[in-house]
Design a protein around this ligand. Structure first.
Ligand SMILES: [Zn+2]
Length: 504
C-alpha cells in the first residue's frame, strides 16, 4: 500500500486488481471538510465501495469531495453509500503569465494577461491593493479587465491567479504596478468673438480632441460684475440678455466625462451694442420677464406690422435641454410676414446656468403652472410666463424640450422625438403636419417623431391649452444625436408651425 500511496500521491485513481476495483484516494486537507488533521491521508475502497483501508485515526468521520459533491464516510462503521465513479484528481492550473498594465487613467487601471490553456479552467481572480493597504479581489472569465474606483496618485500592486472548475487556484502571477492619475482635458484654444449684437455676444472656439470630452464651460462677466457660466457640448455659443455698452470678459474650459476640468483659455473681451440696432431688427422689442428678480430673462417681441396670429416659442424651461434653448435663441433673429412672434429663449436662466432640469434648490418649473381653472401659477417665473401669454393674447404656443431616449424605444419611458399637443380645435391638424414634415427626413423608424396628446398636468403647455384656450404643444427631441441635428429639428418644427400659419 505504501507504494501505491506514493505513486498516486497527486491523483484520484481507479486501479484494476483482479476482480476488484481498487480506488486509492488522496485526501488533501482542503478536500476533507470537517477533517482537522493536517497530514495527508490515503484510503482505498473495494468494488462494493466499502472502506477497506484507511491510514488515519479509525474514529474519524471523513468527507471527500468528488467533482464538488461531498461524500461523508464514517471510518468506524461499515460504509453503505455507493462510492461515485472516481476521476483523476484535477491538477491546479498554472499561474497566469504576461500580466501587464494596458492603460491607466483617472481612478482606473486596465490590465491584460495571457489565457491559460487548461481544459477545466473556470476563470481568473484579480487581486489589487494600494500601497500600504490590503488586497481586494474579484473573479472574471476574461483575460482583461478595467478596475475602477481607484485613488489617483496612489501606487497599486496587481496580480492574477487562475481558478479551475474544482475551485482550485494556481499561484499568483508575478505582480505589476500602476498609479492611476487624473488626465484633465487640454485647455481649449482659439476662443474668439464671432459677432456682437443687441444684448448679445457670439463666441466660438476650436474643438478639443479628447475622446472623453463631455462639454465646455463658457464663463462671462460684465466689467465690475462677477462670473456666470453656461455649459454646452458645441464649440460656439450665443450669449444673450447682456447689458449693452458693458465690456464683458469671456473664457472657456473643457470638461471630460469624469468631470475633470481643463484650465480656462486666455480671455477675450466684447461689448454688446444695442444703441443702433440693425434695420432688420427695427421690428424687434426686447422686454424683461420677471424684471427685478433673480429670474429676470429676456422676452423678444417680433412684430410683422401686419395683423395675424400671435405665436409664442419657449426654450429653457428645463435648463439641461440644450437644443431647445439653443434653437429658441436662433428664433429670436427671425423675421415674419404677418402676426407676432414672441420668443422666451431662456425661460429658466438659473437652471440653464446650472445645466440642470430645475434651478438649484427649486422644483420643476414645468409643474408650476395651474392644474385647475381656479389655481394660480406657483412661483415667480410661472406667473410671469403665464401673464405674458394673457397680456400678448397668444394664440399658439410651442415649448421646446428634450428627452434622454427615443420614445419608440419601449424599454425606457422617455418622450424624446415626440410632439405632445393639447387636443382642442384645430391643434391636431397642425401638430400632425409638423410631425409629418420632420419624419420625411428621418429614415430610421426608431428615430421618427410620434404625435402624442395631453401634455402633463402642471406644465406650461397643459395649463395654457386647458385654461387659456391657446393651441399648445411640447416639442421633444431625443438628446442622442449631435447638438446641431437636434437644434435643426427644433427650428424645423417651429418653421413648420409658422409656415402653416402663413407667417413665414
Ligand atoms: Zn423638458
Amino acid at each position: 500500500m505504501q507504494k501505491v500511496r506514493t505513486t498516486l500521491l497527486r491523483y484520484w485513481a481507479a486501479i484494476m486488481i483482479g476482480a476488484l476495483t481498487w480506488c486509492t484516494v488522496l485526501l488533501l486537507p482542503q478536500d476533507a471538510g470537517g477533517l482537522s488533521t493536517s497530514y495527508l491521508q490515503a484510503m482505498a475502497f473495494d468494488s462494493s465501495a466499502q472502506l477497506s483501508n484507511f491510514y488515519s485515526d479509525p474514529s474519524d468521520a471523513v468527507t471527500i469531495r468528488v467533482q464538488g459533491v461531498p461524500y461523508t464516510y464514517n471510518t468506524s462503521a461499515s460504509q453503505s453509500t455507493p462510492l461515485p465513479a472516481l476521476k483523476p484528481l484535477t491538477t491546479k492550473p498554472a499561474a497566469p503569465t504576461g500580466l501587464k498594465v494596458v492603460s491607466t487613467g483617472s481612478n482606473r487601471v486596465e490590465l491584460s494577461w495571457q489565457a491559460n490553456s487548461e481544459a477545466d479552467l473556470k476563470g481568473y481572480r484579480v487581486a489589487y491593493k494600494p500601497a500600504g493597504g490590503t488586497y481586494q479581489s474579484f473573479f472574471t472569465t476574461s483575460t482583461k479587465c478595467t478596475i475602477t474606483g481607484l485613488q489617483n496618485g496612489i501606487k497599486y500592486t496587481l496580480k492574477v491567479k487562475a481558478q479551475n472548475t474544482s475551485d482550485e487556484y494556481s499561484s499568483y502571477s508575478s505582480h505589476v504596478y500602476a498609479t492611476p492619475k487624473s488626465t484633465p482635458p487640454s485647455t481649449p484654444s482659439g476662443l474668439k468673438v464671432t459677432s456682437i449684437g443687441n444684448g448679445r455676444i457670439d463666441v466660438a472656439w476650436n474643438p478639443n480632441k479628447g475622446s472623453d470630452l463631455k462639454q465646455y464651460r463658457l464663463a462671462y462677466k460684465p466689467e465690475g460684475g462677477s462670473y456666470k457660466s453656461v455649459f454646452t457640448s458645441g464649440t460656439s455659443y450665443s450669449l444673450t440678455g447682456l447689458t449693452n455698452g458693458k465690456k464683458y470678459t469671456l473664457k472657456v474650459k473643457a470638461i471630460n466625462e469624469a468631470g475633470e476640468e481643463s484650465n480656462y483659455c486666455s480671455f477675450v473681451y466684447a461689448t454688446p451694442t444695442g444703441s443702433s440696432p440693425a434695420p432688420s431688427k427695427a421690428n424687434v422689442k426686447v422686454e424683461t420677464l420677471a424684471a427685478g428678480t433673480k429670474y429676470a430673462t429676456p422676452l423678444y417681441v417680433i412684430s410683422s406690422g401686419q395683423p395675424g396670429p400671435v405665436v409664442m416659442v419657449v426654450g429653457g424651461v428645463h435648463g439641461n435641454e440644450e437644443a431647445g434653448y439653443s434653437a429658441a435663441r436662433k428664433i429670436t433673429e427671425y423675421k415674419i410676414n404677418r402676426g407676432t412672434l414672441i420668443v422666451i429663449p431662456e425661460a429658466n436662466k438659473l437652471a440653464i446656468e446650472a445645466n440642470r432640469r430645475a434651478a438649484p434648490g427649486e422644483s420643476d418649473l414645468n409643474r408650476a403652472f395651474p392644474q385647475s381653472s381656479s389655481q394660480n401659477p406657483k412661483n415667480v417665473l410661472s406667473r410671469a410666463i403665464y401673464s405674458a401669454i394673457k397680456d400678448y393674447k397668444v394664440d399658439w404656443l410651442i415649448d421646446l424640450h428634450e428627452g434622454y431616449d427615443y420614445y419608440k424605444n419601449s424599454s425606457t419611458d422617455s418622450v424624446g422625438q415626440t410632439l405632445i399637443y393639447y387636443p382642442a380645435n384645430s391643434t391636431k391638424t397642425t401638430a400632425q403636419a409638423i410631425v409629418d414634415d420632420l419624419n420625411k427626413g428621418i429614415s430610421s423608424s426608431l428615430k421618427k417623431f410620434s404625435l402624442l396628446r395631453y401634455p402633463v398636468k402642471g406644465s406650461l403647455a397643459r395649463a395654457a391649452g386647458e385654461y387659456l384656450g391657446v393651441h399648445t404643444m411640447i416639442f421633444e427631441t431625443c438628446d442622442n444625436p449631435s447638438l446641431s441635428i437636434r437644434v435643426n429639428y427644433h427650428t424645423q418644427a417651429v418653421n413648420k408651425l409658422l409656415s402653416s400659419l402663413n407667417m413665414r
